[in-house]
Design a protein around this ligand. Structure first.
Ligand code: URA
Length: 240
């Protein structure tokens, strides 16, 4: 790996955000080769220079970095957009983790759990249909799903790209005036706009859509618009 700025090294190693790492350096909590360094421009060579934070060695392996974002509505799942639309790249630390890219996609107006990885192979593995990673979506829909419609979604509905695989569907709540309801739909496929199209196929327009889980991972308390690094245990769980 190329030499890099100390704050970038620390951020990449998962110590804290790059900004926070700058504060840690300025506060004299970081040593390089045994000497305290307070200059933010200091460059270090991964695998050559010994970096310590609060007396603990900070190693930067070439390990895959995986980030979970709680995506807000209004952002395209892309790292850039020729028309200048807002993309999710604005929300994740691309400067600290070059090569970060989204694992799959959420529509512009879909919110919730979106993963990013620095390892393209991992992304491909997770998205491969043979793996069938389960994802749960919570949808606010127009009208109230009947029991028959709920069952059709579970058994499979005909879309223009074929029948959907078996899914789980539950009506979580419904307005008493019948104007809308909230539905949890768990699917193991990843076709384009699949949840919106499945619900449209049984006659219900999606008004809002949120992804709450991806495989064994869930958003937990991660606030909308915020990201966090996955631990190596979480990455292993995902890639099992
Ligand atoms: N299904 C959809 O319809 N939209 C998404 O963003 C994700 C799944």
């Amino acid at each position: 790996m190329e030499p890099m700025r100390l704050q970038k090294y620390l951020a990449r190693a998962g110590v804290a955000s790059r900004r926070k790492c700058e504060e840690l350096i300025a506060a004299g909590r970081v040593k390089v080769n045994g000497a305290t360094v307070r200059e933010l421009g200091t460059k270090v060579a991964p695998g050559v220079d010994a970096v310590e934070f609060d007396g603990e060695a900070v190693a930067l392996s070439g390990e895959t970095v995986v980030i979970m974002l709680n995506k807000p509505a209004g952002y395209l799942t892309a790292m850039s957009d020729a028309r200048g639309e807002d993309t999710v790249a604005k929300l994740v630390p691309v400067g600290d983790y070059p090569g970060l890219f989204p694992v799959g996609r959420l529509d512009r107006d879909t919110t919730g759990l979106l993963l990013f990885a620095t390892d393209g192979e991992l992304g491909n593995r997770l998205l491969h249909p043979s793996r069938g990673v389960g994802k749960c979506y919570v949808a606010e829909v127009a009208g109230v799903l009947s029991e028959g419609e709920r069952r059709r979604l579970e058994e499979g509905v005909e879309l223009d790209d074929g029948m959907t695989a078996p899914a789980r569907c539950e009506v979580l709540s419904a307005r008493s005036d019948g104007s809308r309801c909230t539905v949890a739909l768990s699917i193991h496929e990843g076709r384009k706009r699949q949840v919106r199209r499945m619900l449209a196929a049984v006659g219900h327009e999606v008004l809002a859509l949120d992804r709450t889980t991806f495989g064994a991972l869930s958003l937990g308390g991660l606030p909308r618009g915020q990201w966090r690094l996955l631990s190596s245990e979480e990455v292993a769980l995902l890639d099992a």
